[in-house]
Design a protein around this ligand. Sequence first.
Ligand code: SF4
Ligand code: SF4
Length: 83
Amino acid sequence: MDFENHNKIKSRLVASIDQTQCCGMKSYCTPLGKCPTGAFVWSSVANSSEKGIISIDEEKCNGCGICAQTCACGIIKMIETPL
Ligand code: SF4
Ligand code: SF4
């Protein structure tokens, strides 16, 4: 059996963020605005224009890895998820 191709069919890469390590500060968030699919989203906390949280929509994520490569703190990982 061709295990490599078998695994590609059964799973895909998506970005996953460690919320406990993310400051959420908008002006410091280097991946913000770089996601090609709109999966990487900043949301305000308590109507602040600066303090927020980052969320990643797995359904929209195409696994390109840009956010993981550009996160200043290196807290975004690309993980395999079942299809
Ligand atoms: S650069 Fe990384 S750690 Fe900083 S706010 Fe953005 S996602 Fe969070
Ligand atoms: S891996 Fe690519 S598509 Fe997915 S959230 Fe990051 S930048 Fe967006």
